[in-house]
Design a protein around this ligand. Structure first.
Ligand code: PGA
Length: 253
């Protein structure tokens, strides 16, 4: 059975002190919740927040695929793990579009994360012009194919997919539940075709892009949406908790 997950991507927000206080609040709020909750602080706050986090899981927002070396400004999977991360986001659209990451690099990162014992949240999604040109499925299929190249069905048990339509990220305009569901189902079918072994059915697929307390219920009612990857609304304890409360209720946890 796939897990229902609420993930918070803090992006370039929160000092160490702010991160600690947010995690303390989330620990308190979610302590009796059956939901799996993961936060992704900036690198500088991973260690401090991971020390406080018990119920809440912690991950990194990015990593490089090498273990160590002359790679100024980069962080390795081993360093992330040592700091207390269990997860890592790979291929976020901001990494792809602002920092020019290509699928080939993303694929190397996915392999390296898994080899080094991190679980991966792999982000995929189309731009507005691609959606308008009827290319959503083509983009998703292409990203999935390249990003997951060389992996086995067993590897996929350590991967969570996040479908994040780029036009919905940080814009306040979420995808309509039916639009997101259609893509989630498409992703599940692709995973089944490619890996067999019920991989599609068993993989957690999160929706991301302007998720907030006001829209999580309608999104979570969709059977192929297994939770959310939340940016802006994960920065405040109350709004993130509200999302979690609605998500658990709709999924019957
Ligand atoms: P948002 O970001 O919730 O602020 O739209 C989501 C994400 O980029 O993961």
């Amino acid at each position: 059975m796939r897990e229902i997950i609420l993930a918070g991507n803090w992006k370039m927000h929160k000092t160490i002190e702010e991160g600690e206080s947010l995690v303390k609040c989330l620990e308190e709020k979610f302590k009796d919740s059956p939901l799996k909750v993961i936060v992704f602080p900036p690198f500088t706050a991973i260690n401090a927040t991971a020390k406080i986090a018990k119920k809440i899981k912690v991950g990194g927002q990015n990593m490089y695929f090498e273990k160590e070396g002359a790679f100024t400004g980069e962080v390795s999977p081993i360093m992330l793990k040592e700091a207390g991360a269990e997860y890592v986001i790979i291929g976020h659209s901001e990494r792809r579009n602002i920092f020019g990451e290509k699928d080939e690099l993303i694929n190397k990162k996915v392999h390296s994360a898994l080899e080094n014992g991190l679980k991966v949240v792999l982000c995929i999604g189309e731009k507005l012009e691609e959606r308008n040109a009827g290319k959503t499925e083509e983009v998703i299929e292409n990203e999935l194919k390249k990003d997951l190249d060389g992996l086995s069905s067993k590897d996929i048990t350590n991967i969570i997919i996040a479908y994040e339509p780029i036009w919905a990220i940080g814009t306040g305009v979420s995808a309509k539940p039916e639009q997101a569901e259609e893509v989630h189902k498409f992703i599940r079918n692709l995973l089944d075709e490619r890996f067999g072994d019920n991989v599609g059915e068993n993989t957690t697929i999160l929706y991301g892009g302007s998720v907030k307390p006001a829209n999580i219920e309608s999104l979570a009612k969709m059977k192929d949406i297994d939770g959310g990857l939340v940016g802006g609304a994960s920065l405040k304890c109350e709004s993130f908790f509200e999302i979690g409360k609605f998500l658990s209720k709709i999924k019957g946890l």
